[in-house]
Structures are given as structure tokens and as C-alpha cells.
Design a protein around this ligand. Structure first.
Ligand code: AMP
Length: 213
């Protein structure tokens, strides 16, 4: 079972993907995480991606598609989640070719629906661990000691693209580029919708139901 998990920034794609990895053995392919790792390691890809990410814009399709093409090698026989890809129509179309080439299929595209005011609250309060990537929230899930990760004791910080002005651009970018993919996947008969405003455990329960339907 291979799935696309999509939705606005802050909809909970990363949280649900992590649960799918830990509880059901999925492989998570998060383009955002790959870009962030590349930035941390100061690779060519990271340098190119950083200028777009810092502004809340999408990394150009060409670069992103090439990345996914490389990452999808060797995944045959495993269940994977595409978390945050595709995010544009050209990416969706390129994905069709990549899948064909690698003899892979996407079985379901699952959209996480969350009202905009909740997205803003989630993103602006989100904090992440610089070491292990654990995700916190200043109100709903603070780390035990402020600024310190409960799991690995590394520093807990705000993502540079979770700052107020950048959040506004990211949500606008999402509306313009990614929201239309709902219709695209609906047309393919693969579209499923989840209420992402519920708590993470409840969303996961509903997600499992979709996977087994
Ligand atoms: P995320 O962690 O999924 O919120 O992604 C963080 C940022 O990485 C986005 O705001 C984009 O700048 C970039 N990014 C992630 N996935 C994609 C994608 N499929 N296409 C273009 N840019 C992406």
C-alpha cells in the first residue's frame, strides 16, 4: 500500500507519517525533511532549496522532481508514504512517469483538512528539535524544559519558515498550487479526505480505516 499524504502546511502530514512509520512499518518520503537535511549538511541541493524555503516558496519543480525520482529507487515491495509530494500539478504528472518507470503505484491519496485559523496556530507555536527532529508545540505539547528536547536533550527551536510572515506565504502558496491536486486525485478515483482538526490519535484511527477500506 503506497499513499500520498497531502494538505496545507500544519495539517499534520509529518505527525501522521511518523505514526505510520512507527506503528505500521511504512517508509516515509518527506521532501521537506530531505531539503532540511540537505540544508543542514550544506549540500548543493540544500543551498539551492534554502532560498525558496526561507521565503515560504516552493522549491522549483525540476529540482524536486529529480530528487523524488532518485529517492524512489529501490522501494519496490515496501509500503511508502509520499509526505509533501506532489505539491503542484507538474509534480503530480511527473510522478505518474516516475511510478511507471519504477513499476510502482500510488493506491490512495489522503487529504488532511484543517481550518485556516488552526493551521496558523499550529505553525506559529510549533517548535522542533535540532538534533532528532522531534516536534513540539508551545501550548499543546511543550518540551518538559523550555528549549530542550525531552528525547535527546538537543536544542528545540522554531523552524525559520514557521515565522509569521513566512506562514502567510506558505498558506497562499498551498492554496494556489497544492489545493487543486484534490480534484486531480479525485479524478483518478484515489482521493480520500480526513478531518485533520481532530487530535492526532483520532486522525490516525480514521487514517487506518481508510487504509483498510
Ligand atoms: P514541509 O516540511 O513539507 O512543510 O516543507 C517545507 C518546505 O520545503 C516547503 O515550504 C517548500 O519550500 C519545500 N518543499 C517541500 N516539499 C516540496 C515540494 N513537493 N515541492 C516544492 N517545495 C517543497
Amino acid at each position: 500500500m503506497n499513499i500520498v499524504l497531502f494538505g496545507a502546511p500544519g495539517a499534520g502530514k509529518g505527525t501522521q507519517s511518523t505514526m505510520l512509520v512507527e506503528k505500521l512499518g511504512f517508509v516515509q518520503i518527506s521532501t521537506g525533511d530531505i531539503f532540511r537535511r540537505a540544508i543542514k549538511n550544506k549540500t548543493d541541493l540544500g543551498l539551492k532549496a534554502k532560498e525558496f524555503m526561507d521565503q515560504g516558496k516552493l522549491v522549483p519543480d525540476e529540482l524536486t522532481i529529480q530528487l523524488v525520482d532518485e529517492v524512489l529507487v529501490g522501494l519496490k515491495g515496501q509500503s511508502f508514504i509520499l509526505d509533501g509530494f506532489p505539491r503542484t500539478m507538474p509534480q503530480a504528472l511527473a510522478l505518474e512517469d516516475i511510478l511507471k518507470k519504477r513499476d510502482l503505484v500510488i493506491n490512495k491519496a489522503i487529504f488532511l483538512e484543517v481550518p485556516k485559523d488552526q493551521l496558523v496556530a499550529r505553525l506559529s507555536g510549533r517548535r522542533v528539535c535540532k538534533g532528532c527532529g522531534a516536534v513540539y508545540h508551545i501550548d499543546s505539547k511543550p518540551s518538559k524544559s523550555e528549549g530542550v528536547c525531552d528525547l535527546c536533550s538537543s536544542e528545540v527551536v522554531q523552524r525559520s519558515d514557521d515565522q509569521a510572515e513566512v506562514i502567510i506565504t506558505r498558506l497562499k502558496t498551498y492554496e494556489e498550487n497544492t489545493s487543486p491536486l484534490r480534484e486531480y486525485f479525485r479524478g483518478k478515483g484515489k482521493y480520500f479526505e480526513l478531518d485533520g482538526a481532530l487530535n492526532a490519535d483520532q486522525v490516525f484511527k480514521n487514517l487506518k480505516q481508510i487504509l483498510s477500506s
